[in-house]
Design a binder for this molecule. Structure first.
Ligand SMILES: [Zn+2]
Length: 125
């Protein structure tokens, strides 16, 4: 493994925040979908069209996309877990941008080396 010193300060910060998040917090790779629902109780106002607010988590389980209903008692938990995922995702993107810059510099070096070699061959012709 290469030394961590290879990373710029901002990237190191993003990496350690991501590691801490993933290490310590549960998360759900999904998004929250507010909905209006019918509770099913007879004579409830929702039967007249005054629907109850509710919440679902939309996520993928294997190949399938699922909508999982969130009971009120677990709303705060679901919001926190999805929010942790979003934070982790943003940090991943930040690290990816930094990696992309490094990759593009690597490409530039490859191109320069190729051009230098071509120039070298040209001189010996
Ligand atoms: Zn109802």
């Amino acid at each position: 493994m290469r030394h961590r010193g290879q990373f710029a300060r901002s990237e190191r910060f993003a990496r350690s925040r991501l590691a801490k998040l993933v290490h310590e917090q549960p998360f759900l790779c999904g998004s929250l979908v507010p909905l209006r629902r019918v509770c099913g109780k007879e004579g409830c106002k929702c039967n007249q069209g005054e629907l109850h607010p509710g919440l679902c988590v939309a996520l993928r389980v294997g190949e399938k996309r699922k909508m999982i209903y969130v009971p009120q008692a677990l709303e705060a938990t679901a919001r926190r877990w999805v929010s942790t995922y979003q934070k982790a995702w943003r940090l991943m993107e930040e690290i990816s941008y930094a990696s992309l810059e490094r990759f593009l510099k690597g490409k530039e070096k490859v191109r320069e080396a190729r051009e230098a070699k071509a120039a070298e061959r040209g001189r010996h012709r």
